[in-house]
Design a protein around this ligand. Structure first.
Ligand SMILES: N[C@@H](CCC(=O)N[C@@H](CS)C(=O)NCC(=O)O)C(=O)O
Length: 226
């Protein structure tokens, strides 16, 4: 069976951590794509692409896929030459579970629209919202750190010696935690992996400040990561 591989367009913006996951995946798989900044679009225009209005969305030929998890599954199915998931079924499931802890149980609680609701509708102070954010990060990172501690052998990345599914979820959430000045001192394994990933070109090219719509963006040639 021949699998169709139409051109890819990613609707995202620089500070879109779910979109950053997809940007890293595209880079790790060596896929070219067009970048469309949702910041440059009318809200109604983007809702015609993704009725939920959240980023990212991937246009594949004339079809749209929303939700970073669904986009990652699509890329993994169609561009399987450089897999992001481990080969072993148990490890695949564990890598997905690690990622879900971030994408399903952490990110939705800390998302901009949730923080905005707390402030604007619940009259929460900035300090209360910060405490809310740090609470969920600490709970999640404690579990993620323990998951890494329980691995049978030392590995360079979350699940194996190549960066993949779990790592591309980890890096943006750590970056956000730093922006909110969360105390990360209890999570040395997470930070060591995030540090290793951050030196790789695929991750560096996906960072917010490397995107053309980042405020003050300066186009530079990114040298290959170590
Ligand atoms: N579950 C969605 C989450 C998408 C999401 O929450 N995106 C955020 C940015 S990281 C967004 O569009 N936020 C806009 C807002 O909160 O108004 C996914 O994984 O794609």
């Amino acid at each position: 069976m021949t699998i169709d591989r139409p051109p890819l367009t990613l609707f995202t913006q620089s500070r879109n951590s779910a979109g950053e996951r997809v940007r890293i995946a595209l880079n790790l798989k060596g896929l070219a794509y067009d970048y469309v900044s949702v910041a440059s679009m009318e809200a109604a225009g983007y809702r015609r692409i993704n009725p939920q209005g959240l980023m990212p969305a991937l246009k594949v030929g004339e079809e749209i896929i929303a939700q970073s998890g669904a986009i990652l599954e699509y890329l993994e199915d169609v561009y399987s030459e450089r897999p992001l998931l481990p080969a072993n079924p148990i490890e695949r499931a564990q890598a997905r579970a690690f990622a879900c802890l971030i994408s399903s149980d952490t990110h939705p609680l800390c998302n901009y629209r949730v923080r905005k609701y707390l402030t604007q509708e619940m009259n929460a102070s900035d300090e209360a919202v910060l405490a809310w954010y740090r609470n969920w990060v600490t709970i999640s990172f404690t579990a993620l750190e323990e998951l890494l501690a329980r691995r049978a052998s030392a590995q360079s990345y979350c699940f194996g010696d190549n960066p993949g599914w779990a790592d591309l979820h980890l890096v943006p959430v750590v970056d956000n935690a730093r922006r909110f000045r969360c105390d990360l001192s209890a999570f040395p394994r997470l930070i060591a992996i995030e540090d290793r990933c951050s030196k790789l070109e695929a991750f560096r090219r996906a960072r917010p400040e490397a995107q053309p719509d980042y405020p003050g963006y300066v186009k530079t040639t990114v040298s290959p990561g170590r």
